[in-house]
Design a protein around this ligand. Structure first.
Ligand code: AMP
Length: 192
């Protein structure tokens, strides 16, 4: 089976992490969330985790070299052989290019980009109400992450938009189950 590599893209609070978790559980794919990986490193107090925290606590992006080498390492794990869903990666043009280069080792490419479209004010409401107790869900850090998202979009999406039909937009303003129906149909379409 050719592996499938799918990027979930969208503003903080758009639900891409929740959707990635659901679809990977249902279809036996692997979720690669750089935010979760950083939080895991931090929980284990690894040098990488402590370094990442300097940026995460301010709502800033962790530098590309750290992020890319962490993803490179994650892609060595056996559970990636059938493919993966990237959640929160890439977030810069350099990361998007690095992902293409890393996937060449699998003789593969990004199969699809699911773009979770959500107005910024809804994103803000959701993050302010989030009860997960994340250290970076403080109002001032939320504001910074939201403001920076446009720059993230401007640096990542041009990399993909040029490629015919690669980007699929999903209306992320709806409920989890409605969004999931679309997400599942999209992923199924590239698995068959
Ligand atoms: P997330 O869980 O995706 O919202 O990510 C939480 C935080 O982790 C972000 O605000 C960044 O500080 C850091 N982070 C996660 N993914 C990346 C990435 N691809 N590049 C740089 N920093 C990231």
């Amino acid at each position: 089976m050719t592996p499938v590599f799918i990027v979930f893209f969208g503003p903080p609070g758009c639900g891409k992490g929740t959707q990635a978790k659901k679809i990977t559980e249902e279809l036996g794919l692997t979720q690669i969330s750089t935010g979760d990986l950083f939080r895991k490193h931090l929980g284990e107090k690894t040098p990488l985790g402590l370094k990442a925290q300097e940026y995460m606590s301010k709502g800033e992006l962790v530098p590309d070299d750290i992020t890319i080498s962490m993803v490179r390492e994650r892609l060595q794990e056996p559970d990636v052989a059938t493919g993966a869903i990237f959640d929160g990666f890439p977030r810069t043009g350099a990361q998007a290019q690095a992902l293409d280069d890393l996937l060449k080792e699998f003789e593969s490419d990004v199969t699809m980009v699911v773009d979770f479209a959500l107005p910024i004010e809804i994103s803000r409401e959701r993050l302010m109400g989030r009860q997960e107790g994340r250290a970076d869900d403080k109002p001032e850090v939320i504001e910074k992450r939201l403001n920076d998202h446009q720059a993230v979009e401007d640096s990542v999406m041009p990399h993909y938009r040029g490629k015919a039909d690669l980007v699929k937009e999903v209306d992320a303003e709806r409920g989890i189950d409605e969004i999931y129906e679309d997400v599942r149909a999209l992923i199924q379409s590239v698995l068959n």
